[in-house]
Design a protein around this ligand. Structure first.
Ligand SMILES: [Zn+2]
Length: 376
């Protein structure tokens, strides 16, 4: 809406003017600056200030950026849509293997994600943190602070037990005083604390190779699917253009994503027809050889357009993005709008060509191999 856009530009230009300590005679500069920043967000459809949205999340090496998402939607996408994908166990393991850092700059530690949270098999109330010591490559089992409920004795005494890892034995005094404070009791005098500390040091128990139980988190609700739907929606917009926002499939998809972002109910099922799987699908087979790259391309058949997506060799999706493809596409494979995109998450580089060029490349590679065979 033009009125809405003008209003958004005016507000932004005013904010820029205020941010620069209200200079005189720079109105046009600020207006033009604001005009360049205001866009129509492809999720909330409001005229807002642009932000950098990674179509493929940054944490999986994404380097394709769209500026058509407002900061508010961008941040909600990160927490409710991208997070279940980038924190999926299979993805975390691959990120750890390839050394792909997230926005915090940290590469996930595969071991601690898989086995880090554990309990002692002989006493499941004893929680443990397991890591691998990088200097020895051996497991380091660390016992977390544990204090069971108060024990009321027959003689009226009340016992509060505290157990800590041996490495934390020096902190027991502080823990005791903290627990006393919590119970509304006076702190113990220092000499009594010293006696308890001495007792604690005598009572250290060692368990050699303890049996531990760790549970691996499973995405049983397939929450990772949201992340794939978002990538496909953004690519469809990116490739098919502004008109795509009015496509019935786009409207349906946007509602699904917006509902998830605002935590509204009724957003459970994937809005696009098609398949999402963690197995190899026929249409992606040609590109399944390289396990560490992401691929996306658009296909058209009669009046239907689909986007095929591969994230590493872990997730595959073929989703119908339009049943009115003739609005955007010529309906034949050599259409320039049928794009082929490869992202190398390790180098954070990408290559985009037309689908037809990619097919030509594959065919010529196949010919190359035939030549090799005849030469031998
Ligand atoms: Zn928005």
């Amino acid at each position: 809406m033009p009125g809405q856009r003008e209003q958004a530009i005016r507000e932004r230009a005013y904010a820029i003017w205020e941010g620069k300590d209200r200079p005189i005679g720079k109105d046009l500069d600020h207006w033009l600056h604001a005009e360049g920043e205001i866009m129509r967000c492809i999720f909330c459809l409001k005229e807002k200030v642009e932000s950098d949205e990674h179509v493929f999340p940054f944490a999986i090496g994404g380097c394709l950026i769209t500026k058509r998402v407002c900061a508010s939607c961008n941040s909600k996408l990160g927490t409710s849509i991208d997070a279940p994908l980038i924190n999926h166990t299979a993805i975390l393991l691959r990120r750890a293997e390839l050394g792909i850092a997230g926005k915090s700059g940290d590469v996930p530690d595969a071991f601690s994600h898989l086995f880090g949270d554990a309990v002692l098999a002989s006493d499941k109330s004893q929680r443990l943190k397991i890591t691998v010591d990088p200097s020895t490559n051996k497991l380091d089992i660390y016992k977390l602070y544990w204090s069971p409920p108060l024990e009321h004795q027959n003689d009226g005494r009340i016992i509060k037990r505290i157990t800590v890892d041996v490495r934390d034995v020096g902190t027991i005094d502080k823990s005791i005083q903290r627990e006393r404070k919590r119970l509304g009791l006076e702190p113990f005098p220092q000499e009594y604390i010293d006696k308890i500390m001495a007792d604690a040091l005598k009572n250290i128990t060692t368990t050699e190779n303890p049996e531990v139980i760790s549970t691996i988190e499973q995405d049983t609700q397939h929450l990772f699917e949201r992340g794939l739907v978002k990538i496909v929606y953004e690519l469809a917009f990116f490739w098919f253009g502004e008109d795509y926002l009015d496509d019935p499939v786009a409207i349906h998809t946007r509602t699904y994503i917006n509902n998830l972002m605002t935590l509204k109910a009724g957003a459970a099922s994937v809005p696009m027809k098609g398949i999402i799987t963690s197995n190899i699908l026929q249409p992606m087979e040609l590109w399944s050889g390289n396990r560490n790259i992401h691929i996306a391309y658009a296909m058209v058949k009669e009046n239907s357009a689909a986007i095929c997506l591969k994230i590493f060799d872990l997730f595959y999706a073929v989703l119908l993005v339009s049943e009115n493809a003739n609005r955007y596409l010529a309906g034949h494979l050599s259409d320039e709008k049928l794009r082929f995109l490869v992202i190398d998450p390790i180098t954070r580089t990408m290559m985009e060509t037309t689908f037809m060029e990619e097919i030509r490349r594959i065919v010529s590679n196949m010919r190359g191999r035939e030549v090799d065979r005849t030469a031998r």
